[in-house]
Design a protein around this ligand. Sequence first.
Ligand code: SAM
Ligand code: SF4
Ligand code: SF4
Length: 374
Amino acid sequence: MTETVIPILDLREHRYRSMASGIPAELVPPTGLLSDRRGRPLHDLRISVTDRCNFRCVYCMPKDVFDKDYTFLPHAELLSFEEITRAARLFVAHGVEKIRLTGGEPLLRKNIEKLVEMLARLETVSGKPLDLTLTTNASLLARKARALRDAGLTRVSVSLDAIDDTTFRRMNDVDFAVRDVLAGIEAAQAAGLAPLKVNMVVKRGVNDSEIVPMAAHFRGSGVIVRFIEFMDVGASNHWCMDEVLPSAEVVRRIDAAFPLEAIGANYLGETAERWRYRDGAGEIGVISSVSHAFCGDCSRIRLSTEGRLYLCLFATEGHDLRELLRSGRSDLEIANAIAALWQQRTDNYSEQRSDPAIRAARAERKIEMSYIGG
Ligand code: SAM
Ligand code: SF4
Ligand code: SF4
């Protein structure tokens, strides 16, 4: 298998563009209202703070690619906390209200609490606190939950792909135990990081037998489990359609055990479709980016670990924000370059995935999830 994979470092080196040409002659201050070419606002910023991870989830960082010879980014390539916060402030001025820290494993980034503290000081255009959250594999959460909460983190999402220990160890591929993730979840709840969401990526034939046990385990606990369809992100996870279990089937199985009813979205552009237990034991979500594209409302932009912007999770090229941050450009110039980029956005890969020609054209050029951030 290994020989068919394009080295990911090469992808990083070649597939990005300068943003300098997007700076217009006449600079306009941000208004908090920015729309792309399909009328989609910019609402949600995902920041990858490291490309490293201590797990090797089979659907994300398979060991045959991310092995001991794999070259991760050197520290000088990473955006500093000051650079990240400066960029975030400009995005917030354009209307971003939600920031999610991700990776790789974000809790591996040294002093991540410090970054949380810096970002938590930002306010939305209407003067409200940001929705500041983080996605983690929870391996370090029991140790860090309290400090993250004290630094201003509002919520946390934890990835857990099975409640059965053997299945989970097989999925994370580093022999990490379910009980240690559960300890992280408990610590986060005790610290007041709520509502806590648990993300489970479903691979047919690998962990789909865990759907109902996961629902059963977390029912009534206040934790919202979200079942995610296995996606064709990146070029290394050996994705195939046969391993995707459509969300409709997830809902059917849970409903048969614990009757469900649909509930509305919390806000426009929410990725998860929400369902609640008819007996009042809480809610679940399904994220159906393969079987039911939600590009029409997609208001997300992604900032990679080394400061490149991606307009879509399935993008094949990034835009070099770091160059602007490090070349003495003013905030107004950079804000205008960001506006120009968003205003020309047309991305809608999930709507196009069913076209074999488009899928094939992108197949080996998509950016890895662990680099761009989930
Ligand atoms: N390491 C952290 C974690 O696992 O929570 C944050 C980064 S991870 C890339 C973010 C999310 O992406 C996780 O919930 C993970 O399960 C999900 N993910 C990764 N690869 C995926 C794939 N191929 N399909 C669907 N979800 C995926
Ligand atoms: Fe690491 Fe998260 Fe990817 Fe798993 S999903 S390998 S925990 S980055
Ligand atoms: Fe957004 Fe791209 Fe996903 Fe569509 S495929 S929902 S545009 S990230």
